[in-house]
Write a protein that binds this ligand. Structure first.
Ligand code: NAD
Length: 356
């Protein structure tokens, strides 16, 4: 098969980690008989420098005409003084909106070789950890009505949390479909004891669950969920939650695994289309120094193969290659704790590609 990818290397370490990921994809193509065709486009700071805007129309058009999007990271010190609405990171919101990416998937998978990097005690993590946070990405308080007004207490500001039933239904379906491919357990996180929008959330998720009789559904309040994630994270399989709660909980869940350089993510639209990117940013402090860990982006490409292209075997091949290189003791600087072999971005990428 021939797959068309829009590739957005972006800024900072983005181009470094994307380059290694394309090498790995080429190797997958060679081994399994696929062709991946790359169309590189600009977004973020490099797009501001080249065109004056962080998200050129051409980038949106190329993404829409592709089967999936692979993104490195955007942003950097050079553009930090620009006003909020002109900053490189605005490109991410623009892409989500233009491409209808309403579901954000963030796996928190603990690689046993890196268990020492987790801030949690070994006994809490015994037996491993494999959670996916499914976060609603285009609704809720981040996109609701906002403004400033005068009140009896002086100037005030507000942001409104609002969810339509349909928005909840479609994200709940993503979570239940995912649970069917995993341990058949969904935890829906809300604040239904206080928020009207959460009561609607809980009612709709419960309705959707009726179509998935094999899946066990639990509800947790967000404050309890935050606590349970560090107390007993192994109780979770798929967590589904709103935009703001998911923003916070997915960071918490991912930190349990220890290294930001290992964390992939996917943002999905209706159908199979998706944008895949590492959780980390552009890391300007190490950009261009051959120090960035490319594994988060390489694992994002594995998610792309699995979720957008339905190539489970090929995705497994990438994940196994990452594990095998870790088993052999190779570590980028962010993972290096004195043991094993210290390698740079390019060597790590090459070794993973060779292990496919
Ligand atoms: P960051 O994730 O870029 O970096 C945080 C720390 O983690 C840094 O010390 C960095 O060196 C390290 N790090 C990150 N990724 C790494 C990797 N692959 N390998 C090794 N070390 C890694 O977050 P930040 O410093 O808060 O932000 C830097 C810039 O990135 C900002 O402009 C920010 O707005 C932007 N950003 C972009 C995205 C995105 O494009 N999706 C996400 C977050 C931040």
């Amino acid at each position: 098969m021939n797959y068309k990818l829009a590739v957005i290397p972006g800024d900072g370490i983005g181009p470094d980690v994307v380059e290694q990921t394309l090498l790995v994809l080429d190797k997958v193509g060679e081994k399994f008989g696929h062709t991946f065709q790359y169309h590189k486009v600009l977004a973020g700071g490099c797009a501001i420098d080249a065109t004056g805007g962080c998200l050129p129309q051409e980038t949106i058009d190329v993404c829409k005409a592709s089967d999936a999007v692979l993104l490195g990271a955007v942003g950097g010190w050079k553009w930090d003084t620009l006003p909020g609405d002109q900053r490189p990171e605005r490109a991410l919101l623009g892409l989500r909106k233009a491409l209808g990416l309403f579901a954000n998937l963030r796996p928190a998978l603990l690689f046993e070789q890196l268990a020492d990097a987790s801030p949690l005690k070994p006994e809490i993590l015994a037996g491993g950890l494999d959670i996916v946070v499914v976060r609603e990405l285009t609704g809720g308080i981040y996109f609701g009505e906002k403004g400033v007004k005068d009140t009896d207490l002086g100037p005030a500001a507000y942001d409104i949390e609002q969810y339509a039933e349909e928005e909840v239904r479609r994200i709940a379906k993503v979570a239940f479909d995912m649970a069917m491919k995993r341990s058949k357990h969904v935890t829906s996180v809300d604040k239904a004891n206080v928020l009207e929008s959460s009561r609607l959330w809980r009612r709709v998720v419960t309705e959707v669950a009726k179509d998935y009789p094999e899946v066990t559904l639990d509800h947790l309040y967000v404050d309890n969920a935050a606590m349970q994630l560090v107390r007993n994270p192994r109780q979770f399989d798929v967590i589904v939650t709103s935009n703001i709660f998911g923003d916070i909980l997915s960071d918490e869940a991912s930190q349990i695994t220890g290294s930001i350089g290992m964390l992939p993510s996917a943002s999905l639209a209706q159908g199979n289309f998706g944008m895949y990117e590492p959780v980390h940013g552009s890391a300007p402090d190490i950009a261009g120094q051959d120090k960035a860990n490319p594994m988060a982006t390489i694992l994002s490409a594995a998610m792309m193969l699995r979720y957008t292209f339905g190539l489970g075997q090929e995705a497994d091949a990438i994940e196994n290659a990452v594990k095998s290189v870790l088993d052999q003791g190779y570590r980028t600087p962010d993972l290096f704790a004195g043991e094993g072999t210290l390698v740079g971005t390019a060597e790590m990428g090459r070794r993973i590609a060779e292990a496919i």
